[in-house]
Write a protein that binds this ligand. Structure first.
Ligand code: PMP
Ligand code: GLN
Length: 385
């Protein structure tokens, strides 16, 4: 039987490709982004308690009331927005499902969706499966070659009558870019008289460094009215394998989101939701301590690379450090990442795979969310280059 693929040009994700190669070669895996340490024991204890005390049947479609309350409390504390737990928050199967359901809920055939390159790899397939057309606008790189920022002029130029959605991802994977204070007002001015909605992928909301603020779309009254804000507990509690996330959106958009969510997953793991609600409800300081925790990792990794031939600017957010290898090689990033995994024993992620337009950069992404000994061993190998 001949199948006509709906995504004929989509291969296996680079995260799977690089993690698999790291496993096969025994390389230190700084490619796919996942923490090299466990979630807090007090959290896993609570999950275990629910696993053995009847917390195993379907959770409500929109999420357990206790977890939705924790999400509301967290967003009130960090973003100053009071969310209605019944009509504005939906727990979903990680940010990946949240993004897919959000995009599917609002994009109609022929709609245009703007994504900013380098763009996380799950956005465009979701757009295309809904019959939408992805328009790629590159982030602007400053003259120093390190700082990435939305190019509002080009984004404004790309918006037209067909534009249904702009997908934002700040704090940004892979570049670590964060929004500046006036960006949200600039964006509001750009889309005020358009039909453009916003999907904000904010999974790194709690990992921003050097005292900078995370500027969530939740914090802006006008933008909030047209936003679906997606986040995930994967990065926040060191448990990327649990796949628990959420979508916060005003009632009308939440209604549309739930129409899709109820048929993609219906509801997500109940013992995880119960345990997360117990733990985060009784440890409100957890998210506040995360930036310092990861800033230490970033500083260590950058310091260890001081004598290397890589050029870098310490990441402003996320747990990814971009290293510019232009002083070492001019090989295409994807083939170099694979070769260094085999030959040097350190796996990384190339950036060009996240870009539609030909991209001449010499940059690789390394995950520093690992224990200090792993970072030291990786840096020692990288310094030999
Ligand atoms: N968006 C971005 C920018 C990510 O880096 C990731 C992966 N951590 C996701 C979405 C997916 O998150 P989740 O694992 O919760 O599905
Ligand atoms: N978000 C993770 C990263 O950027 C990977 C998630 C995945 O493997 N799908 O590395």
């Amino acid at each position: 039987m001949r199948l006509s693929s709906k995504l004929p040009d989509v291969g296996t994700t680079i995260f799977t490709v690089m993690s698999r190669l790291a496993d096969e070669t025994g390389a230190i895996n700084l490619s796919q982004g996942f923490p090299g340490f466990d979630p807090p024991e007090a959290l896993t204890d609570r999950i275990h308690w629910h696993l053995t005390n009847g917390g195993n049947q379907y959770a409500p479609m929109d999420g357990t009331p206790a977890l939705r309350q924790v999400i509301a409390d967290k967003n009130l504390f960090f973003q100053g927005r009071s969310l209605d737990v019944d009509t504005e928050i939906t727990v979903c199967a990680g940010a990946t499902e949240g993004l897919f359901s959000a995009i599917s809920a609002v994009v109609h055939p022929g709609d245009e969706v703007i994504v900013l390159d380098p763009a996380y790899d799950s956005y465009e397939p979701a757009v295309r499966l809904s019959g939408g057309i992805a328009r790629h606008v590159p982030l602007r790189i400053d003259d120093n070659g390190h700082d990435f920022h939305p190019d509002w002029q080009r984004i404004g130029d790309a918006i037209n009558r067909k534009t249904r959605l702009l997908v934002l991802n700040f704090p940004h994977n892979p570049t670590g870019a964060v929004l500046a204070e006036d960006d949200l007002d600039t964006l509001a001015d750009l889309i005020r008289d358009t039909r453009c909605l916003l999907v904000a992928d904010e999974v790194y909301e709690h990992i921003v460094f050097d005292g900078e603020a995370h500027r969530s779309l939740l914090s802006h009254d006008e933008l909030w009215e047209r936003s679906l804000v997606i986040s995930s507990f994967g990065k926040t509690v060191h448990a990327t394998g649990w796949k628990i996330g959420y979508c916060a959106a005003p009632p009308e958009l939440t209604e549309e989101f739930r129409r899709v969510h109820q048929f993609t997953t219906f509801s997500v793991s109940s013992p995880m939701q119960h345990g997360l609600a117990d733990y985060l409800g009784s440890h409100p300081g957890w998210c506040r301590d995360l930036p310092a925790f990861y800033e230490h990792k970033r500083d260590l990794f950058c310091k260890l690379l001081e004598d290397s031939r890589f050029r870098l600017r310490p990441a402003r957010s996320t747990f990814f450090q971009i290293l510019d290898y232009g002083g070492i090689s001019d090989e295409i990033d994807e083939s170099l990442a694979k070769r260094w995994t085999r030959e040097i024993g350190v796996a990384s992620i190339p950036l060009t795979v996240f870009c539609e337009t030909p991209f001449t950069g010499t940059r690789l992404r390394f995950c520093f969310g690992k224990d200090d000994a792993t970072l030291e061993a990786a840096a020692e190998r990288l310094c030999r280059l």
